[in-house]
Write a new protein. Structure first.
Length: 236
């Protein structure tokens, strides 16, 4: 039994959604999964397993940032999970993005310490699994849900004092910033897992004044994001 996810092999499905927020993990289980049962509650990292449209699937909170996410991902791998889909929020600094838009991450700039430590200083481009990413694109077309596909960045800093960095990233085609995907993609490659990320734009960072999404708009966008991720995770 792992140290932080107090579960046994078989308690999780092959496919698992990864929200950062434990409350969101609980909401996903209660809203979308039939027969959901708890898989973990250790340290408040709530995890559940149930069925979505007849297919077994799990959801597990990672907490915030790559150090916490890396622990959860490593232990889910130990428990036999094969496909991991991060569902979260991001700050957009590319002008093509608006509040409530959905972003599918093609790759993630590793602007975090955990990913650099795993790579031992060697250059690497953390990249989503193509089949899983393609499944997300296919599901978005079936649902009629517009998405943006491109690179993002994963940062250790939520309150970043170096906001000039955003303009430089945007000029290189990077769409948005969040805090976990680089380590997800890196561990996916290292542990032989399929990994992908879908995000809701919760903040616009490309203007002089940052804009934050409203609660109702965020709930609606998160619902669409979750449905999209579940369709891709279960091959629906």
């Amino acid at each position: 039994m792992p140290v932080h996810l107090r579960a046994d092999p078989g308690d999780y499905a092959d496919s698992c959604l990864l929200p950062g927020d434990p409350v969101r993990a609980q909401w996903i289980a209660e809203t979308f999964l039939e027969g959901a049962v708890p898989a973990n509650a250790e340290r408040g990292l709530y995890g559940y397993t149930g069925e979505f449209e007849g297919k077994r699937v799990s959801v597990q909170a990672t907490g915030m940032g790559t150090p916490s996410a890396a622990i959860v991902i490593e232990e889910l791998a130990q428990l036999g999970v094969k496909r991991l889909l991060r569902v979260g929020t991001c700050g957009a600094f590319h002008p093509s993005l608006s509040l409530g838009d959905l972003v599918l991450a093609l790759s993630a700039v590793p602007a975090d310490g955990t990913t650099r430590a795993l790579l031992d200083g060697e250059p690497h481009a953390p990249t989503a699994d193509w089949d899983l990413l393609h499944g997300l694109v296919h599901a978005s077309k079936e649902l009629g849900q517009p998405v943006h596909v491109g690179p993002i960045a994963s940062s250790d800093l939520f309150y970043n004092p170096n906001t000039s960095q955003y303009g430089r990233w945007a000029a290189r085609g990077v769409l948005a910033v969040e805090m976990e995907s680089a380590v997800l993609f890196t561990l996916g490659a290292l542990r032989g897992l399929q990994a992908a990320t879908v995000l809701v734009v919760s903040d616009e960072l490309h203007d002089e004044r940052a804009k934050r999404i409203g609660d109702a708009e965020l709930r609606a966008a998160v619902e669409q994001m979750t449905l999209l991720a579940l369709r891709a995770a279960t091959g629906r």
